[in-house]
Ligand binder design. Structure first.
Ligand code: GUN
Ligand code: FE
Length: 458
């Protein structure tokens, strides 16, 4: 049995609420009344209710349990949807910040693979993954798409920990059977696929309804997978239409050049992954920096999602500004990834800000053709956009009635959340508080974290 995180439902919030309703539109709700039912779903959201009216409104909706506690959000506090990290590497948690200045293949061989190899030891995996998942929850990640290491055992431990701590997660055993050192690779395609199937079975066993944990197919990238592995994973994807898929895509010039040498029969990574049955509406493609017109159109037509990783794209083993404006223009699904540890930060709030910064650079680089992103668009990428990338937008991503309540309480005023970013005198305009949080807040302002109506921050 798992120790279930603290439950406190039904939940009633009264006060300020902020969420995205579309790419460009953020709804800022004052005097909102939001009720979460015992199944963790939002049953009521009303705007502009005075405090006196609250009992009546609740009564009208038959939400009248005797001593229903109401969580009053005070001035300087608001709730917003939980953040999505659509791309990160759990075993790289311990290596964050190291290996700068190395190009991608050197960074993998010198910095990353030696770290990931340590997860052969289940004790090390337990310790490090517990710290990793806690760390992500602390900074507001309610849904994460994790690459594990190549080890079946360690990756099962990661899935167990996500479930136990109550985080919504896609978890993948990383497939890699070539162009990696002998001490850290799958030895045969068969072994790589067998471990994957066994891992999928484990996830189905611990969370049969996929209420929180979903296994995800995770070919690291074509450089590290031969055709047998890619084709085998494509077969698994076909046989299991509920499984999401993730890989790195057009991330670095060096990586793309090696891919072309290994697979000369394909003109693009889009054609390559599509050939092996790995590109469809369930695919989460990390980076997508060097995509041309043809690939952008394939991504659109196949309805793949893009995990934009602006932190690692500007401080990791490659440098580039992905064409996010163009993706959004075509209504391609885009979310944010920390790509932790490939960059200076594993904070999704930093990723949001870096998406803003990089989009300004992109505007310059394209002579204004790709206009920069607004802060509201960056917030969308971290919330509803991420939900779309994970195909979870019918379930989570904002505060629509009927969705599950994955949310954060943001506190911008109290000392105990020692990142004070507004003074009580400043906090009359909710829009200003929100902007200050986006631009200068950090995880210290994240006071509470809810997944499916359960409070999960320790
Ligand atoms: N390409 C293949 N593996 C990795 C990885 O771990 N991080 C990044 N950023 N790119 C990769
Ligand atoms: Fe990555």
């Amino acid at each position: 049995g798992y120790a279930m995180p603290r439950a406190c439902i039904p939940l009633v919030f009264y006060g300020s609420m902020i969420h995205s309703v579309s790419v460009t539109e953020v709804e800022i709700i004052e005097k909102g009344l939001l009720v979460v039912g015992p199944d963790g779903k939002i049953v009521l959201l009303q705007r502009g209710i005075s405090q006196d009216e609250v009992p009546n409104v609740l009564a009208q909706h038959n939400i009248t349990r005797p001593s229903l506690p109401i969580r009053h959000l005070k001035r300087g506090e608001f709730i917003c949807p939980g953040f999505f990290d659509t791309h990160n590497h759990a075993p790289q948690w311990a290596q964050r910040g190291t290996g700068r200045g190395e190009v991608i293949m050197d960074w993998l061989n010198h910095t990353t693979f030696p770290h990931e190899a340590k997860f052969e030891d289940p004790e090390y995996a337990k310790k490090t993954y517990a710290s990793c998942v806690d760390g992500f929850i602390k900074q507001g990640i309610t849904t994460a798409s994790y690459y594990g290491s190549l080890h079946g055992e360690a990756t099962k431990i990661l899935a167990d920990i996500c479930l136990e701590k109550g985080q919504r997660a896609f978890v993948g055993k990383c497939n890699m059977n070539r162009n990696a050192p002998d001490y850290y690779r799958d030895f045969t395609a068969k072994e790589s696929l067998d471990v994957t199937e066994d891992f999928i079975a484990h996830c189905r066993n611990i969370d049969p309804g996929k209420t929180l944990v979903t296994p995800i197919l995770t070919p690291r990238f074509a450089v590290a997978c031969d055709g047998d592995v890619l084709g085998g994973l494509g077969e698994i994807a076909k046989a299991n239409p509920d499984l999401p898929i993730q890989t790195h895509f057009d991330e670095a010039e060096q990586e793309m050049e090696i891919t072309r040498e290994l697979f000369p029969e394909f003109d693009s990574e889009a054609d390559l992954y599509e050939h092996y049955g790995l590109l469809n509406e369930r695919s989460i493609l990390a980076h997508c920096i060097y995509v041309g017109e043809y690939e952008i159109q394939r991504i659109k037509d196949l309805d793949c999602g893009v995990a934009h990783c602006p932190v690692s794209n500007t401080t990791g083993g490659a440098f580039g500004a992905a064409p996010i404006r163009e993706f959004l223009r075509r209504d391609i699904k885009v979310g944010l990834g920390t790509d932790s540890g490939g960059g200076y930060s594993s904070s999704i709030i930093d990723a949001m800000r870096q998406a803003f910064v990089v989009s300004n650079a992109k505007q310059l680089l394209t002579d204004g053709k790709d206009s920069s992103l607004s802060l509201y668009e960056c917030f969308y990428l971290a919330t509803l956009g991420g939900a779309r990338v994970c195909n979870l937008d019918a379930k989570v991503g904002n505060f629509e009635v009927g969705k599950e309540f994955d949310a954060l309480v943001i506190n911008t005023v109290d000392k105990e959340y020692s990142g004070i970013i507004t003074m009580i005198e400043d906090v009359d305009l909710l829009k200003v508080i929100f902007e200050k949080f986006l631009m200068s807040g950090d995880d210290r302002n994240i006071a509470e974290v809810y997944v499916k109506g359960r409070s999960i921050k320790m």
